[in-house]
Design a protein around this ligand. Structure first.
Ligand SMILES: *[C@@H]1O[C@H](CO)[C@@H](O)[C@H](O)[C@H]1NC(C)=O
Length: 260
């Protein structure tokens, strides 16, 4: 082999190794306005703290339980002492029903978009046991359930994206944390989960959860991100803080006040 061909190969391989990770951005549409959005209901057992809007549709306000909701001057949105943001349900006054129909439709479309990314960087990584791992940006796919028994690190820049496709359940053990390093952002980490999602007591999650069924945050679990669930969300003395919606979109999307 000629030396020029060898150097060409070396240059080519170096370029490949340094290739920017691909863009796995998932478009949440107006579902991005919510800290917690669910089709069938949201329950709070003892005092939860939510920073951001919550909503249910097609379920009615009676399926938001434990939030001590009340109406102010408008019947298009309710308030709750446990929510720094608005509470929406499908049986409220206009324009809320149409807004929620759009948000739920966008959440379902986002789920399908996340599920359709192909050519995973990792398939069946550690057979779904994520003990002690640091995940580089990319597409991860499991045909099974996924369990986080220990802290899980996402390492990448603020521009990097992750999509995690889980065919089974997603569970995080008690007291376990998701840790973001090198500038990685929770809004760029999307979990697409076909079965139930359960975060253990006092665990801390960072990212966007697109769930085909329900999501449960056990006692004093916290998360920075969004829960977009196609059945029910159960919060047990949990804290959910939604990220700020980016500044240029402030006209169409609500920004939120953080609890912490
Ligand atoms: C984290 O990512 C940076 C590049 O973004 C890399 O240089 C570093 O080795 C990574 N650290 C770990 C522990 O993977």
């Amino acid at each position: 082999m000629s030396s020029s061909l060898v150097s060409l190969l070396v240059v080519g391989l170096a370029a490949f190794a340094n290739a920017a990770p691909r863009d796995l951005t998932v478009d949440l549409g107006v579902a991005e306005n919510f800290a917690v959005l669910a089709s069938a209901g949201i329950s709070s057992v003892r005092d939860c703290k939510i920073s951001g809007d919550i909503g249910v549709s097609p379920a009615a306000l009676s399926y938001i339980t434990g939030f001590s909701t009340s109406f102010g001057s408008s019947t298009a949105a309710a308030q709750s002492p446990y929510v720094k943001g608005a509470v929406y349900a499908a049986d409220m006054s206009n324009p809320t029903p149409a807004y929620l129909t759009a948000a739920v439709s966008n959440m379902e479309t986002a789920y399908v978009q996340a599920a359709r990314f192909v050519n995973p960087d990792e398939t069946e990584l550690n057979d779904g046991d994520l003990s002690g791992l640091t995940l580089a940006p990319g597409l991860y796919k499991w045909g099974t359930s996924v369990y986080m028994p220990t802290d899980l690190v996402f390492n990448g820049t603020a521009e990097d994206t992750w999509v995690l496709q889980v065919a089974g359940t997603l569970r995080m053990a008690a007291d376990v944390r998701i840790v973001l390093t090198s500038g990685a952002k929770a809004t760029n980490i999307v979990w697409q989960v076909a079965d139930a999602v359960t975060f253990g007591a006092r665990s801390h999650f960072e990212g966007i959860v697109l769930a085909a069924t329900g999501v449960t945050l056990q006692t004093e679990a916290s998360m920075f991100g969004r829960i977009l669930a196609q059945t029910e969300v159960a919060l047990q003395k949990a804290t959910v803080v939604a990220p700020f919606v980016p500044e240029p979109e402030v006209v169409t999307k609500r920004s939120v006040v953080r609890w912490l």
